[in-house]
Design a protein around this ligand. Structure first.
Ligand SMILES: [Zn+2]
Length: 169
């Protein structure tokens, strides 16, 4: 399993619904959790590992409450949203780049778990930010797409520069 980095066309694909939850998907989930741990990530969506299917992994521990959310969401759909909030985001596919993004403050997400059980999760904590970010990935949307044009241009410049530096090394 390999992490896909910005520039890889797979990150821009709209992913397909999962029709079958089987051992193969459960093994993929395990690999995703492992990769996320290695990279110190808190969320990882299928296209980030080159799979154009609608599923994502979250492993996030809230610093204040100590509450750990380790979740695997299949075919997630945001069924309700409320308010807006701004929080700093980063992405394993855009290493080294962080920016404030505006999103819904509270969301409800309907999804299937790895047993095929239909669940609805409602959250207004940072988990809401993570879930919106990861669900965006399933539609080929990256967090830089949600920035102002000016900030997006700035990102592109920074990104080009970091690639040139990497090429010289
Ligand atoms: Zn991301």
């Amino acid at each position: 399993m390999e992490l896909k980095i910005y520039g890889d066309p797979v990150l821009r694909k709209r992913c397909d619904k999962v029709n079958k939850i089987d051992e193969k998907l459960r093994a993929t989930a395990e690999e995703m959790f492992k990769l996320m741990k290695e990279k110190s990530g808190i969320g990882l969506a299928a296209p980030q590992v080159g799979i154009t299917k609608r599923f994502l992994a979250v492993d996030y521990t809230d610093k204040d409450s100590g509450k750990r959310d380790k979740l695997f969401l299949i075919n997630p759909v945001i069924v309700d949203r409320e308010g807006t909030e701004e929080a700093e985001e980063g992405c394993l596919s855009l290493p080294g780049f962080y920016e404030k993004v505006q999103r819904s403050a509270k969301i409800s997400v309907r999804y299937l778990d790895l047993d095929g059980k239909s669940l609805t999760l409602t959250t207004d904590s940072f988990l809401a930010v993570i879930l919106q970010h990861e669900i965006d990935h399933l539609d080929g949307i990256l967090f830089i797409d949600r920035l102002s044009r000016l900030k997006r241009e700035l990102f592109k410049k920074k990104w080009q520069k970091s690639i040139r530096v990497a090429d010289k090394q």
